[in-house]
Design a protein around this ligand. Structure first.
Ligand code: HEC
Length: 160
């Protein structure tokens, strides 16, 4: 009884442990991905704090092969909603210069495709619903779209 006033309540261990675990996770992710990526996201999913590393800074060279690969992937994943001719369908036209989610530059469009457009009308699923698409494949698709739409600002800086 004599010490009771100085003791922390038992539940205090949970926030303390959570802070410690998050600290360790952030440290480890920073260490592993420091060269590749500076973007680390925190997401609250069903009350659980999730640390997500984004490797979106791996940008492939803009070669003819990359563009051809992007065309194939576009047909398989994106054409159903944006049209084989990129002129739109359920999703908007991608070869005009009107953007529901501006600006029309590659780095911004990458983020839209990677994350999807959850607030869209209708929403667009992340990666067009193909969750196994890599960042490199999405860049290839964007190089293909840019090759068809000269209005898009080519601000991607390929990794050396
Ligand atoms: C299930 C349908 C669907 C698929 C598949 C899909 N999209 Fe979309 N996309 C949409 C819709 C709907 C919007 C518009 C959302 C809004 O209202 O802002 C959109 C918006 C976009 C935009 C922004 C256009 C603007 O005007 O702001 C880009 C860029 C885009 N999609 C690229 C892609 C690419 C690349 C793929 C393939 C990897 C893809 N989409 C697959 C439905 C789709």
């Amino acid at each position: 009884m004599s010490n009771q006033k100085n003791q922390l309540p038992g539940w205090a261990i949970f926030p303390a442990a959570l802070v410690l675990i998050i600290g360790i996770l952030v440290g480890v992710y920073n260490k592993i991905f420091s060269k590749e990526s500076t973007a680390i996201q925190y997401k609250e999913v069903a009350g659980v704090l999730k640390v997500e590393a984004k490797l979106d800074l791996v940008i492939p060279p803009r070669t003819n092969d990359a563009i051809a690969g992007g065309e194939k992937l576009y047909s398989q994943v994106c054409a159903a909603c944006h049209g084989q001719d990129l002129k739109g369908g359920v999703g908007p036209n991608l070869i005009d210069n009107e953007w529901r989610n501006p600006p029309g530059k590659e780095t911004h469009l990458f983020k839209l495709v990677w994350n999807g457009i959850p607030n869209g009308n209708p929403p667009m699923p992340a990666k067009g619903g193909r969750s196994d698409l890599t960042s490199e494949q999405i860049w290839q698709i964007l190089y293909y779209i840019s090759s068809k739409n000269k209005n898009i600002e080519k601000d991607a800086v390929p990794n050396q």
